[in-house]
Design a protein around this ligand. Sequence first.
Ligand code: URA
Length: 431
Amino acid sequence: MRAVDIIIKKRDKGELTREEIEFFINGFVAGDVTDYQASAFAMAVVLNGMTPQETTDLTLVMAHSGQMLDLSDTVDFAVDKHSSGGVGDKTSLAVLPIVAACGLPVGKMSGRGLGFSGGTLDKLESIPGYRVNLSTDEFKKQLKDKGVVLAGQSLDLAPADGKLYALRDVTGTVQSMPLIASSIMCKKLAGGANAIVLDVKTGLGAFMETLDDARVLANLMVDIGKLAGREVVALLSDMNQPLGNAVGNSLEFIEAIETLQGGGPKDFVEHCLHVSAHMLVLGKRAKGLAEGRVMAEKSIANGSAFEKLRVLVEAQGGDVSYVDDTSKFPRAKFVEVVNAPRNGSISQVQARSVGEASVTLGAGRAKKSDPVDRSVGIIIHHKVGDKVEKGEPLFTIHANDETKLAEVREVVLAAHSFSDDVVAPLPLFYT
Ligand code: URA
């Protein structure tokens, strides 16, 4: 077999066999298939898609490209979560401590920024010293001892996804149902989860823009999970506007901390409580969603969720004084408040434009090797449905470069639409 023939077959809309996928992916991990061949393959998949059988095969091959974690000697039941990617999605930073504080040990492998969507690892690294690269033994030990782990993909687990993910970020090959489904599910399967909550985003700032596409992605991932013997719940959540207010690495981490301290934007708090409740039900700590939600609320109110975040940061070598004093987070040189140009109700805050603007400021990557600027980003001050008056703050830009600031000012302004009529707020979840 030759890698080039497999690329050509997919380019010409052929259906790949399990053996061909195995040959290509294992060759990629071994270094026999090059980055440019893997990029071409990914683009062929973006353009021509994959059948459910190919997607399942790709997922299982990527999951088995490294070690398959067995957590049965570490926790009674491992529950995991994953988002399909969005703008301002700092959910894991708040939900993991909440759930762990409610007595459900939780360890998660997260990713870096992908295209216009931010990544939990890049946010975590806003705290000096925070180690995202844990060995499997360290992961398991911390899960057992501290009940909470938030790390990157170790070199041992699903290395095929680790390598492909970094290429997809910078080759325009993120937006593909089979690539997203296999990327998410291979990590969850290799990570040893017994049950998984999938947060599938839909809307202008999601990789699946329509609800129908998001539903197909959700069903595909649920089917793959079931086939592998895991319990999977998929939520469909709105991503037309950014989640919460902050977009950008440090800014988002600070918002997650504020949320765990009982503050935080209303939509983000609601989102976290709902995801947490589902995890607590799957993990058999709560009998139903209502009870799970009350548990999650209590963990915030009594400070135990915030304390779990401190435990997490400390356990992974991070400087916990940042959690206690968020003014220590890296700050950008220029902070500019942009005011509303008119009176009216906000009818749109185009999430993708805001995400792309944040990447322009340096919060994401243009090339695989690019460093990420943790300090830059955007804070939106209003959500769809809010009434604003001309001259009141609409958003704030945190930038380290004046030219980029000027560019982003126009983009984020254009991302906002106004109406003279009353506008209903967007739903948080869809059924
Ligand atoms: N999250 C992932 O882990 N992979 C994707 O492809 C998209 C979101």
